[in-house]
Design a protein around this ligand. Structure first.
Ligand SMILES: [Cu+2]
Length: 151
């Protein structure tokens, strides 16, 4: 049986502290800012790709290609508003200065499904995923150590 005294032993406390660190410690940005060009094809009321990724500080150029009718592309939270005529490419270059996930949407009425023509602009590493992976690893390590220390 597990008693309170054993539960308060240094091992669980150390793991608890490590877990708090994994959850709350700010993580450094891994990549130095760079220039990146992302080509987005708009057609059939959808973007391909629908998820654009950049690192904070990157100089991003988006090339919007309208495959069928005229399409637009705006990013919530950024001053980006593109409009590409049918068969043409529109470009915009900006600095991804804000980290987070921002919604892309079409700014040109392009058909019945126009309101559903959306996507994501993701700036920064997926910290939530990293922290979740760290916690899973920690839980596994705790299970191993705790199992070995049982009477
Ligand atoms: Cu549209």
């Amino acid at each position: 049986m597990m008693n309170m005294r054993k539960f308060l032993s240094p091992i669980p406390l150390a793991f608890l502290l490590a877990a708090l660190l994994v959850i709350f410690v700010p993580l450094p940005v891994f990549a130095a800012p760079t220039e990146r060009t992302i080509r987005v094809e708009a057609g059939g009321n959808a973007y391909a790709p629908a998820e654009l990724r950049a690192n904070p500080g990157d100089q991003v150029t988006i090339e919007l290609v309208a495959k069928d009718v005229a399409h637009g592309l705006t990013i919530d939270g950024y001053l980006v508003d593109l409009r590409a005529e049918p068969g043409q490419t529109a470009r915009v270059t900006f600095v991804a200065g804000r980290a987070g996930t921002f919604k892309l949407r079409c700014s040109v009425a392009c058909g019945n499904l126009h309101p559903f023509m959306t996507g994501k602009f993701i700036v920064g590493p997926n910290l939530l995923l990293l922290r979740a992976a760290g916690l899973a690893l920690l839980a596994f390590a705790f299970g191993v150590v705790w199992g070995k220390n049982r009477d």
